[in-house]
Design a protein around this ligand. Sequence first.
Ligand code: ZN
Length: 561
Amino acid sequence: MRRFVPMVFLLAACGGGDAAPRADLVLRGATVYTGEGDGAAQAIAVREGRIVWVGAEADAEAWIDAGTEVRDLTGRVIYPGFVDAHAHFGGIGQRELTLNLEGTDTKDAFLTRLEEAVARTPKGEWVTGRGWIETFWDPPVFPTRHDLDRIAPDHPVLLTRADGHASIANSAALRLAGVTGATPAPPGGAINLDVDGEPTGMLIDRAQALVRRHVPETSTAQLERAMELASERSVRLGWTQVHDMHGSWDEVAMMRRLYDQDRIKVRLYKTISGPGEQADSLIALGPQPPEFDDRFELRAIKIVVDGALGSRGAALLDPYSDDPATLGLITTDTVAVKAMLRAALRGGIQVAGHAIGDRANRLLLDLYGDALAAVPTAERAIAEPRWRNEHSQIVQPADLPRFAELGVIASMQPSHAIGDLHFVPSRIGLDRTAGAYAWHSLLELGVPVAGGSDAPVERGEPMIEFYAAVARKDLQGRDGPGWHPEERVTREQALAMFTRYPAFAAFAEDRAGTIAVGKRADFTILDRDIMVIPEPEILQATNVMTVIGGRIVYDATSGSP
Ligand SMILES: [Zn+2]
């Protein structure tokens, strides 16, 4: 499968003969990290969306003629295009479209952002948003409806916590929904009450629906706008591809429409949610050939085996240390999954399974192992199915080698660790942190670790993820017992987590993932060298240009330095 690259290399190398080599785009004057473990390069030539040359500044001139766009990137650093291997694209867009509360590190900042949204919304209309996390606030307590009422007495307000498992509603919203102190909470949900027995406004898990169903439905035009905003945000931050970790055929149709209209610029590796009819129809169709110039690909199913750790929904083998009555939840129909996995192997469809708790991780590995044993290679559409474990979060150390044995890719989100580890030791006990967020152990075992952000659950910024992977400290530089600093990775490993391994996880290592002749011209260009600067400074690194398929889709190089 590597034949393609050397062939194009030969063509490029021969170009110096009678026909002068010419590039559509030349980037020069930069520091180039190719991700191929090589020496220094300063310049890249691109033709028809592919890399045709990478080398020394002095040799760049040969690729330039009157039709070549030349960009001098002196002082900037070029990396292979960063990929977010686990995110929720529509959710990122929704967060942009409504009120984006990510990064509101104080309650005042949170309320100020609400105030701005209220000011631009006509009275009586809903203000909705997502992204706050009270654990950063001082004190770290949930907001109340009274906090919101002071700012929004005349607008119904519903603001969802970053993880999606809780929302705060103001009094106007509770009134519209008819939620009072006497309202029974639905199964799987809670309506938090104050000392007087009145709702605080906090709605947990399934209780959120009591208010959310009164929020006007998002129109198709708004959903399309959300995806457009998600694309704009992604390329601004330097993501060149997003692996979108859930989905329906309706969404696929919408994305195809938006690519057609050039409203989505970032590459998407799309999944369909399973098990069920929607997933079955993808299996029946088989892997879809790359569409829209390789920017959209559909060949994978997403399943969700358990809940999340924050709400004690992650399935554990032994009870929660801070709630001995709880083991968490298996959230999928394992009988249906079993049948689906076998069909997926026969149909050549990749499966990406969400597993957070150690029981869920073991179950997913068992399910994958059973299917791989039941369907021999000769009966598979693709010999190497590259199934993925999304999160691989709390794993029994004994189960870690099974990733390598089964050929399972670990798809992990470093930001989860540096947020969660503040509460994980009390939730599961120090012992069980031994196989938690174990990126380095998995890499040592030879497991490809594809890095992602899980945005909008996390903020979804490449520099936060890269920093978390190498520092394994929170954004303020703190860590603590159970953080396992030995699970930090080197900068080279972190770069691979966001470039080379996601390419492998998308069957694209021959076309993407490093800067090499013949590969896609996808680049993330930063204002500083994250391979050498001090750790805390990584968080200050800024994307200044994003190139996808040789096209500059984001450019801040002409602005202020
Ligand atoms: Zn997710």
